[in-house]
Design a protein around this ligand. Structure first.
Ligand SMILES: Nc1ncnc2c1ncn2[C@@H]1O[C@H](COP(=O)(O)OP(=O)(O)OP(=O)(O)O)[C@@H](O)[C@H]1O
Ligand SMILES: [Mg+2]
Length: 614
């Protein structure tokens, strides 16, 4: 990064021309040890040499910028002879060319190395502004430099996005708050960007307010036919063992169901229709109807002589029925028998194209049945990548993944393979197609190291675990690695930023968010000091409707639950049956027990038990 600076004022020039605070006493590679002359100077804090601060070394026509990684009073004897009371180790990270002129420029890396005796200066506001390229339109301010709170901490959005970023730190240190404020700034700098947040704890809905579409199982529509084969198998079978035969059967029947549907519709794409089932793979994202799928299974079963094969088909049909009649899965199976290619609407809603004033999608994952979350995340990440791929990156998208270690764990045995592949594909190739990744995790050691290594900008917060620190040490450059030693001592809302997005490894105090923008789940957001004392029935109403919502139909709105007193006053009524897709009962033309008498299944094959045509 080469930055052009503004013309320096008299004051500014005076800073680099100021009195040296020490001199170089030894140089080794890109590290220099400097002897510091006296105890703290009259200008106080600015001149205090502490770890993480930047110092300048005047070397020829350049001002070399180094970050202090160690301060010590164990000055070598030679340094003491020169009157130095202490030494500081510097990692040289960049240089400002022609520092006292209007042409002053900062660049990463050093071309000139310091010599013994070169003067060392406390660098000032002007140099820091040059370093962080404040004048550029693509930089955002995320907070203040810890070194000098009068100076903003700037991140280059384009560099940060295009090579992905990660926000890492122990629980409660301010990762989600940091993500909120960064996203706000990012969207200001990049109005063309859309953001999709995989919100594991339902906490991002509030901070983004009207700028975001909040999706949960009640309003999400993600038709089952958009799931690829592995994903739909995961939804139908989960980790149930011994289902290989059923999975094989499904792989044969799904392409046929797709072909049937398109033949039936006299689809516009006649070339596909002519090719019949051969035109579709199990993964082709085209609609089909569950009734066609079950009809085909039923037809196959009717022709079978082998008793165990019949039972396998029977089990498979039963499994499909169970899942698609489960109200918790209605976001996938609504209109399962109606058909209709809604892919445009689904993609348009999910990925905010056009944004219609809401460029952010918050996918609240906490309300989904736990066994389906992995498949849903996999579908979303896959669709995001494929949309970028096939649209040649025309509409850039940032995918933010909270609790990323759940989906891309270092242990390959944990998590769902297709989700890992989808995220890893974005990490490796996403930037070519305008799909960027932001990973958030409290356990970097449990994150897939390959995927973490694709994140070129790291925002690292307080971290005490040795394993987490070791992973980061190996992920960042040597200069940055020296600074990681004091990660355990960072305060809440303090962050070390490394990598592409920032000019130098920088210690930043993030901006303070107002209370209404701090990410919190809806229930917790009401909590105050007297919250527990004031808990009432309404609290339990809210908690219980969420709790029960995880296992009952929530086609209706949670918010329309009556207040507790009214509910108590109303006479008890039989529970109302959940509203069902009117076509769902006709999925199987008659109840399973009628359609397939198990006893009959063991007899010689009867005539085909094919379902009547729809
Ligand atoms: N930038 C900030 N401005 C205001 N408050 C903050 C900020 N950062 C952190 N906090 C405070 O710290 C608390 C925890 O922050 P946050 O939820 O962002 O942490 P986290 O690292 O995401 O935690 P977890 O790992 O549990 O998700 C917040 O509720 C808030 O009170
Ligand atoms: Mg969080």
């Amino acid at each position: 990064m080469l930055n052009a600076g503004r013309a320096p004022s008299q004051d500014d020039v005076a800073l680099t021309a100021g009195q040296p605070i020490g001199h170089v006493v030894s140089v080794r590679g890109s590290q220099a040890t400097v002897g510091l002359s006296t105890s703290p100077s009259p200008d106080g804090n600015k001149a205090r040499s502490t770890v993480g601060k930047f110092l300048g070394i005047r070397a020829g026509h350049s001002l070399l910028i180094g970050v202090i990684t160690k301060v010590s009073i164990e000055a070598p004897a030679s340094a003491k002879d020169h009157g130095f009371h202490s030494t500081a180790d510097l990692d040289l990270v960049g240089e400002i060319k022609q520092p006292a002129t209007a042409q002053a420029q900062f660049q990463r890396g050093v071309t000139e190395y310091p010599a013994i005796g070169d003067p060392v200066l406390a660098i000032g506001a002007r140099e820091l502004r040059l370093v962080f390229n404040v004048a550029s339109t693509s930089v955002i301010e995320i907070g203040r430099l810890q070194q000098d709170s009068t100076i903003g901490a700037y991140v280059d959005v384009n560099d940060m996005l295009s090579k992905h970023f990660a926000v890492l730190g122990t629980t409660g240190v301010g990762k989600s708050s940091g993500v909120v404020l960064m996203l706000q700034e990012v969207l200001r700098a990049r109005p063309d960007l859309r953001v999709f947040v995989l919100d594991a704890h339902n906490e991002y809905g509030r901070p983004f307010g009207d700028n975001a579409l909040v999706l949960d199982p009640r309003n999400l529509r993600l038709p089952f036919w958009l799931f690829n084969f592995e994903e739909i198998v995961d939804v139908l079978f989960g980790a149930r063992p011994g289902t290989e035969d059923e999975v094989d059967i499904l792989s044969e029947v799904i392409p046929r169901a797709k072909a049937n549907y398109h033949q039936y519709r006299g689809a516009a794409d006649r070339s596909m229709v002519r090719r019949g089932a051969a035109g579709y793979s199990v993964d082709t994202p085209v609609p089909y109807r569950l009734s066609d799928l079950v009809g085909l299974l039923d037809e196959r079963m009717g022709k079978l002589e082998n008793r165990s094969s019949r039972m396998t088909h029977h089990r498979l049909i039963g499994r499909i029925e169970t899942v698609c009649n489960d109200p918790r899965y209605s976001f996938m199976f609504e209109n399962a028998n109606v058909g209709g290619d809604t892919m445009t609407e689904v993609l348009s809603q999910l990925f905010r194209l056009p944004p219609n004033g809401k460029p952010i999608t918050i996918m609240q994952l906490a309300g989904f049945p736990s066994e389906v979350v992995d498949a849903v995340v996999s579908v979303i990440c896959r669709l995001a990548f494929d949309l970028g791929l096939w649209s040649e990156g025309a509409a850039p998208l940032l995918l933010v993944c909270e609790e990323a270690h759940r989906y891309v764990s270092a242990d390959r045995g944990i998590g769902f393979g297709p989700t890992r592949r989808s995220i890893s594909r974005i990490a490796k190739e996403g930037r070519k197609h305008g799909v960027f990744l932001g990973l958030v995790s409290q356990r970097p050691a449990e994150l897939d190291a390959t995927i973490l290594s694709q994140c070129s900008t790291l925002f690292v917060m307080r971290m005490t675990n040795d394993r987490d620190q070791a992973i980061l040490q190996s992920a960042v450059s040597d200069a940055a690695a020296n600074l990681l030693d004091f990660l355990p001592s960072l305060g809440t809302g303090e962050v070390f930023a490394f990598g592409e997005g920032v000019a130098l490894p920088t210690r930043v105090k993030l901006k303070q968010l107002p209370p209404n923008l701090i990410p919190k789940s809806d229930i917790v957001s009401g909590a105050g000091a007297d919250f527990v004392a004031g808990i009432n029935e309404e609290f339990f109403t809210t908690v219980l409707k969420r709790w029960r919502g995880a296992s009952t139909s929530q086609n209706g709105n949670f918010d329309d639950v009556r207040p507790v007193d009214q509910a108590a006053a109303a006479p008890l009524q039989p529970a109302q049956a959940p509203e069902r897709d009117p076509n769902r009962p006709s999925l199987l033309k008659r109840p399973l027990s009628d359609r397939l008498d198990v006893a009959k299944a063991f007899q010689a094959p009867a005539k085909s038990s094919r379902l009547p045509e729809t």
